[in-house]
Design a binder for this molecule. Sequence first.
Ligand code: TNX
Length: 521
Amino acid sequence: ARYTQADGEPFALTGPIRLAVRGLPEPVPTALADLRDALSAAGALVLGEPPEDGETGEGEEPPEGRDSGADEPREISLELTGGTPDALPLSAQSAEGEAYRLVIAADRIALHALAPTGLAYGLRTLTELVRGADEAGQNGLAPAEITDAPRYPWRGLSLDVVRHFFDVDAVREVIDLLASVKMNALHLHLSDDQAWRLELASRPRLTEVTGHGQVDDSLTGDSPHEVGRGGGEPGFYSRADWESILDHAAARGVTIIPEFDVPGHTHAALVAYPELTADGEQLEPYSGTRVGFSQITLHQQAAEPFLRDVFDELAEITPGPYLHGGGDEAQVTTKEDYREVLGLLGQIVQESGKVLVVWQEAAQGDLPEDAVVQYWSPGGEATDAVVEAARRGHDILMSPGDRVYLDMKYDEDFPLGLTWAGTVDVAASYDWDPGNYLDGVPADQVRGVEAAVWTETLTNSEELFRMLLPRLAAAAEVAWSPQEVREESGFEGFASRLAALAPQWQRRGWAFHRSAQIDWS
Ligand code: TNX
């Protein structure tokens, strides 16, 4: 954000404040409710009820019997500004609807944006300023003008809900966390060797048979684990659960990108539908942590109808524009078989009207023109096919393992996580430029940044959040702020902004790692 200190008195956080809202849809009401809470906590008397969806808050009278005597209410106004956004800073890739301008003066705060999403982001910034002032014992906001817009349109997290299951409540918390750092995409890895996590009417056996599997934690020690027996408590998302995840996300401006991973990572599907295996064999469930041993190929007649069913139904129940088809680590699949499956997948997803996203391994094949390729290797390795895909016009989503794989340990001694991509400390997540990370991929073909957290070693929300925080906030800033602004600020500047978020995390009950790279005091 560009923050310019202005002249004049602060905007006092005590006394009556009117929220002037003019008929705004999601995700504004949720962000507005958070601001209202923060203002009340800081000691303000907030006037004007939150409007119902689609209604306007205009012309409301202050409630009877308000106790603050003669004070005239000062206004916080939200305005959708039409026309050209000269005052709103935009990068080549960012969506103008996400930009906002916030003007703080003694008698009024005005928030302008071109679209509701921008207003929601402005509200989040204002909420943070109010909380920050309150926590610092200041009772006003210094006059200022803030203009802000994201660098990238895709700022997200990929969450593996298969290796260990995370229920609807946990996913909702993750969505709240994403919204709090102005991320807008949650990619859910919904199928793998251990389980299938989303109920499908067309293929009910997927969740009936394998929905309760997960990694067997008694198989601790050496990775990769061999077969073990998981089972028991964990489960899957029913259609009602799915709707509730989608609703929660929509209200916070977060797009859900669902992934069914093919042709590898499909052991659970093979267990549920033995006709997908090479010889129709009934396989045993798998609860180890090896990868790269299962496959679906089109040699089986049952494969094409299966892929059509699951991806068509996924398209029907997904409001967002993207479907992820996986494509990673298909180590037992021949090149030709892999190409065939990915070719069919591209066709199905394209016909469904969605945009296909694939892991980098699929960059070598024929993809629909608009497909997005997700890069995950550490340290700029394995880039040839990705560079070639960019040359053919595909945008690249950046998830380099040594930067934003948040299932990597912070340091060698950290009790949770893996190390195959190295250790990833907070500075590593912060100090990199997605725009020039891959030689040969033009900066304007980077669609955004997606952190990823795989859950072989993460068994509950507390452990999950300890891996996400504080590193997810670093990834969020990498995805949001222009490179020159971040370089000016440096890791030091980021570290102090980060420390200021900790009270908020504590209030929300979000676990985080007290990394020694940050001065938390
Ligand atoms: C690689 S990177 C995987 C996952 C594992 C993860 C563990 C990628 C697309 N696939 O199957 O869970 O490593 O870090």
